[in-house]
Design a protein around this ligand. Structure first.
Ligand code: HEC
Length: 259
């Protein structure tokens, strides 16, 4: 150290190191916490029906991403602050003669180039490997499609329960009315819960979608419905449910167990 105020710069460095390490530790904890949220309280597929502290799974995923990026930046800064030390240790390990002082700048730039190259290559190959999933569904019908095309695909005469109807329940209702929770004592995966009158009119009146309470619930016309926003479905899903009810509301015994 040739500078006049070596203590001052040293102190600054130590302080910077401590600060950077604290920030890195906090970001790391944030990454674990958001990772936990994404894995357990908001599992894959819950994006449509759940939120936590005002954010959906999708938004938590964004937060997770930015925290990870922050951690990456902080780790790079950390490396830079310790660059002197890293180069010295490596030089010692490789038994480079003391006189052959490696150029800090050159090795720094080289490392940066290699790291950036690796990251770019990874990002590029991931970007180009994304494929559209061709759903293993019979026919051309798909859920979650833009309504105009999907509307055209609804084959009202050939509505099939496990194919066309149950997936709607599965996506939008099962989480609150299934094996995990039975809010209101109602389970959407139990045939009798939809067809039997349990102190009130059955939810589904086969052949009569216009008066089936289920349709009133999912189209938002039922009065005083608790959590009404969780119960309203898209136009195309309602059309599908109506078509199913009007064609007799068949609920065949499930044969292919794997589906
Ligand atoms: C976020 C959770 C949630 C989701 C998702 C949800 N519900 Fe509900 N549902 C409730 C709650 C809460 C009640 C009111 C329970 C009570 O009255 O105690 C309820 C009540 C009901 C009832 C009335 C039960 C009865 O007979 O008293 C029906 C029927 C129903 N839901 C059907 C559905 C259907 C169909 C879907 C999917 C389109 C759905 N729910 C999605 C939370 C949910």
């Amino acid at each position: 150290m040739k500078a006049k105020t070596p203590d001052f710069t040293n102190m600054n460095r130590t302080l910077a190191n401590i600060l950077i390490d604290i920030v890195a530790a906090l970001l790391f904890l944030g990454m674990i916490a958001t990772g936990y949220l994404l894995r357990f309280p908001l599992p894959p597929g819950s994006n449509k029906s759940l939120s936590l502290w005002g954010y959906t799974r999708h938004q938590w995923g964004d937060i997770h991403f930015w925290i990870s990026l922050g951690l990456l930046v902080v780790l790079v800064v950390h490396l830079m602050l310790h660059w002197n030390w890293i180069v010295t240790v490596i030089a010692k390990r490789c038994r480079l003669p003391k006189t052959a002082q490696p150029s800090l700048v050159r090795s720094g730039v080289l490392t940066a180039v290699v790291v950036i190259l690796c990251i770019t290559l990874f990002a590029w190959s991931a970007q180009y490997s994304v494929k559209e999933i061709t759903r293993p569904m019979r026919g051309k019908r798909q859920l979650n499609e833009p309504s105009v095309t999907a509307q055209a695909y609804i084959d009202k005469e050939n509505i099939e329960f496990w194919q066309d109807v149950y997936p709607i329940f599965e996506t939008h209702c099962l989480f609150c009315h299934g094996p995990q929770r039975q809010l209101g004592g109602f389970r959407v995966d139990r045939r009798e819960d939809l067809f039997e009158s349990r102190g009130h009119e059955p939810l589904v009146l086969p052949g009569q979608s216009a008066v089936s309470p289920l349709i009133a619930i999912v189209s938002g016309t039922k009065k005083n419905m608790p959590m009404a926003d969780k119960h309203t479905l898209s136009e195309q899903d309602i059309t599908r449910l109506k078509a199913w009810i009007d064609s007799g509301a068949k609920w065949p015994v499930k044969t292919d167990a794997g589906k």
